[in-house]
Unconditional design. Sequence first.
Length: 164
Amino acid sequence: MSSSPMAQRIEHWPLEKLIPYGRNPRTHSDAQVAQIAASIAEFGFNNLILVDTRAGIIAGHGRLLAARKLQLEQVPVIVLDHLSEAQKRAYIIADNQLALNAGWDDELLRDELAALQDGDFNIRLIGFDDEELARLLAAQDAAEVCSDAAVEPRVFRYANDPIH
């Protein structure tokens, strides 16, 4: 069995060293950059920036913008030195598209959001807009009301059953 190439170490680089890919087809609105910045502020810089050996960004353009917004001096990076130029260009697209291909288990998502909200966690930091959160949590509230309601047992009478 052959092993796949993988990153060997995390490094910390100054922001000014990083070079965004000029042909990156992924866009980042100001609102999304603010969300990423809020996520970094709450959880830490856990999703690193992937770069090539010449400091070109392969993945993490939005994280770089958020780091600038937060006025960070340096960010954690992983140097990917095993990719060809074509692989780098393809990975820039694949990294974003593959994440979009995932789905949600709506019931588990509702349960997790409700638990976080009940624990006084600011669920607006997770990335859903207010309308989507309201929809998900309303569905959770409706499910709880249905499960909490007293259910009268059904009594089925057959033609030959005596009525008491």
